[in-house]
Ligand binder design. Structure first.
Ligand SMILES: Nc1nc2c(c(=O)[nH]1)N[C@H]1C(S)=C(S)[C@@H](COP(=O)(O)O)O[C@H]1N2
Ligand SMILES: [Mo]
Length: 261
C-alpha cells in the first residue's frame, strides 16, 4: 500500500475517528436511555456482547443507521441538491492512490468486471459517450467539513446496466457488493449495490464545469452523495461486482463500513 501522506495526516484521521466514535457513543447513550423503557431497548440491551472490536453501543447505532439509510435509499430518497451559485471548489483531501505523473488519457482504462469472470476495459471516450448527468450536492468529509460541488459524469447504474455486469446472469439477483480501487490499489472502497445503483451516484469527470484536476481524482472519480467523503474514491481504475463484502480503506481503520448519511 502506498501511503504517500505524511504519518501525521493519517494520525489526524485516526484521532477524528476516536472523537467521532466518542460523540456517537454519547448520542447513542442519550437515545438508548429513552429506548430503555421500551421493549426494543430491553432486547437491545440483552444483545450487548462485544463483537469485532467495536464497542457495543457504537456498533448498535451503526447498525441502526445502516438500516435507516437503506430504507431511504430503497424508497428512492435523494441527497439534497443545491443551486449553482452555492457551488465552489473543495479542498484536496486525501491522496492515497493518486499518482503525480500526468495521466495519458489515451492509454487510460477503467476495468469493470464481475465475479463470474466477465470483464471490460473501457476507454475515457466510452465513459464520455454515456448519457451525461449533473448534480450539485454536498461532499461531506467525516472529519467535519463539507462543501457544495457541481459534479458531472455518467451514472454508475447506467454503466452497469449497459455492460450487464450487475448480475451473474439475466434475471438473476443483483450482486450485493461493488469494489472500487485506484490503479495501484493505494485506495479502495466497498459499496452495497443499492447505493452504487442510486441515481445520484456518478462516475464524475467534471467538477464545477471544469475537467477534474489530478488532486480531485482525474480523470475519473466516484461521487456518491448518499455516503460520506471517504467512499467518494478519486482516480478510480477498477470496479468489480461480487458476493463478498469488499475491503475498504477506512473501514480497516475502524470507520463504519457502510458510511451512509
Ligand atoms: N484515491 C483516493 N480517493 C479519496 C481519498 C483518498 O485519500 N484517495 N480520500 C477520500 C476522502 S476522506 C474525502 S473527504 C474525499 C475528498 O475529495 P476531494 O479531495 O475532491 O475534496 O475524497 C475521498 N476519496
Ligand atoms: Mo474525508
Amino acid at each position: 500500500m502506498s501511503n504517500d501522506l505524511p504519518e501525521e495526516t493519517r494520525t489526524a484521521e485516526k484521532e477524528t475517528l476516536t472523537k467521532l466514535s466518542r460523540t456517537s457513543r454519547r448520542g447513542f447513550a442519550i437515545w438508548l436511555a429513552g429506548m430503555a423503557t421500551g421493549v426494543l431497548g430491553v432486547r437491545w440491551i440483552a444483545n450487548r456482547a462485544g463483537e469485532a472490536n467495536i464497542p457495543w453501543p457504537l456498533r448498535r447505532s451503526l447498525e441502526f443507521n445502516e438500516k435507516m439509510s437503506q430504507f431511504v435509499i430503497g424508497t428512492g430518497g435523494l441527497a439534497p441538491e443545491f443551486s449553482p451559485s452555492e457551488a465552489s471548489e473543495p479542498r484536496v483531501n486525501g491522496r492515497y492512490g493518486l499518482v503525480d505523473e500526468p495521466i495519458d488519457i489515451n492509454a487510460w482504462r477503467l476495468q469493470v468486471s464481475n465475479e463470474s469472470g466477465k470483464s471490460f476495459n473501457l476507454t475515457f471516450a466510452d465513459i464520455q459517450a454515456m448519457p451525461y448527468h449533473e448534480h450539485i450536492t454536498e461532499l461531506k468529509c467525516i472529519e467535519g467539513w463539507s462543501q457544495i460541488v457541481r459534479w458531472g459524469g455518467c451514472r454508475l447504474s447506467e454503466l452497469l446496466e449497459k455492460t450487464q455486469l450487475a448480475r451473474p446472469s439475466q434475471g438473476a439477483e443483483l450482486y450485493p457488493y461493488v469494489a472500487l480501487a485506484t490503479k495501484d490499489g493505494g485506495y479502495y472502497v466497498g459499496l452495497d449495490t443499492p447505493s452504487a445503483m442510486h441515481p445520484q451516484t456518478l462516475l464524475a469527470f467534471k467538477m464545477n464545469d471544469q475537467p477534474l484536476t489530478p488532486g480531485h481524482g482525474a480523470p475519473l472519480r466516484l461521487v456518491i452523495p448518499v455516503k460520506y467523503g471517504i467512499k467518494n474514491i478519486k482516480a478510480v481504475a477498477s470496479i468489480k461486482l461480487g458476493t463478498q463484502r469488499p475491503a475498504d480503506y477506512w473501514a480497516e481503520s475502524g470507520y463504519d463500513w457502510f458510511a451512509g448519511l
